[in-house]
Design a protein around this ligand. Structure first.
Ligand SMILES: [Fe+2]
Length: 367
């Protein structure tokens, strides 16, 4: 990447082509004291209200900086490196972390250990990288007093409150409004598929676990759907095209949202899975298409429920699990409440929390 000058025009040379940089694109990046608040890094002028007919009167490159005088009397000094990073047009922090596929053979997952100053530590940075690689992470020794899960979540970002409250208590109770609050087996699912937007990350914190059952289970939706794409492209296609209605209802609220079970991004790459077969309603489609859809859904369900794709482990007191609710499905085995207590607390945060924290820690530790 190279910045070149020719007759008061600035060009970006990426080795393959040479493109002129619009003078107004550069003018927007003026960052002198009058133009940019140093504390917030927010502009003190409004480029959307200005004429974009600005021209360059003089431009030089000096020791890694591009220096420009514009015709409106304003000067710019901009690091060439910064221009290069903007031209890469990608999120270099999150998108550069490659997802690691896993199934029941996953071993030696690194557990992190809570300590003082955890949230501002290099270990927190490593934890977040691991979270984006695997879609989940487990932290040991997290205090359980006074709903500490809320502190935990708010020290990474902000709790995403839902109609289940700021946090929710998972233990069997009479007259539950969700099967989570029973002692029954819960098959792999993603949470709250009926919400718009769907909560990004679920945090589950084990307070007590005295029962012999009640194992936690996780399945990587990314691994499973990529496998389906290779094995049965037709099934993958219909599941990534047909939107179904997810619905939750109780006496206070009716929540509803439509989505594909496999949601792809603009490049047709994996973005999100939703799976909660107690809550989905397939639309009325032509019979042949529905035939195809139901077979494909069954295939996906078989993969999600296969022991081959599932990891199973027991959360003990003070263990806290953070999982990507857009990628990883979770469930649990049944337990006998007569054996003792099983008490977990849960809450949600969104990706802006983990992304913002990770960018901050990268800046702090210059990684
Ligand atoms: Fe759940």
């Amino acid at each position: 990447m190279k910045i070149e000058l020719n007759k008061n025009k600035v060009f970006f040379n990426n080795g393959k082509s040479v493109e002129e940089i619009h003078p107004f694109w550069l003018r927007e990046r003026v960052d002198g004291e009058e133009y940019l608040d140093k504390g917030t890094q927010q502009r003190l002028f409004d480029p959307s209200s200005m004429s974009c007919e600005v021209t360059i009167e003089n431009a030089i490159i000096n020791e890694g900086f591009l220096e420009i005088n514009f015709n409106d009397g304003v000067n710019l000094k901009l690091a060439i490196d910064r221009i290069a990073s903007e031209f890469s047009k990608k999120d270099t922090v999150i998108k550069s972390i490659n997802k690691i596929k896993w199934d029941s053979n996953l071993e030696n997952i690194k557990n992190f250990k809570f300590n003082e100053n955890f949230f501002e530590s290099k270990e927190m940075h490593d934890l977040l990288i691991s979270f984006y690689e695997y879609g989940f992470v487990i932290i040991k020794n997290v205090p359980t007093e006074n709903n500490f899960i809320v502190n935990f979540a708010n020290s990474i970002g902000s709790v995403r409150r839902t109609n289940f409250g700021e946090h929710f208590n998972v233990r069997s109770k009479s007259d539950p409004n969700d099967l989570a609050y029973t002692s029954l087996y819960i098959s792999p699912h993603t949470d709250n598929p009926y919400r718009n937007p769907v909560p990004c990350i679920q945090i589950l914190h084990c307070i007590e676990n005295e029962v012999s059952g009640g194992f936690s289970t996780l399945v990587d939706g990314y691994t499973v759907t990529e496998h389906l794409k290779n094995q049965d492209p037709e099934a993958y296609k219909v599941l990534s095209e047909v939107k179904v209605r997810f619905k939750f209802t109780d006496k206070n609220v009716v929540l509803e949202d439509w989505s594909e079970l496999i949601h792809l991004d603009e490049n047709k790459e994996f973005k999100q899975v939703r799976f909660s077969p107690r809550l989905d309603y397939v639309p009325m489609l032509e019979k042949n298409k529905l035939d195809l859809y139901y077979k494909a859904r069954k295939k996906l369900s078989n993969l999600y429920n296969s022991e081959k794709n599932r990891i199973k482990f027991k959360l003990g007191p003070k263990d806290l699990m953070m999982m990507d609710n857009h990628r990883v499905l979770h469930g649990r085995t049944e337990f006998d409440p007569k054996e003792g207590k099983r008490f977990l607390q849960g809450c949600y945060i969104d990706f802006d929390s983990t992304e913002g924290k990770l960018r901050h820690l990268k800046r702090k530790f210059n990684i």
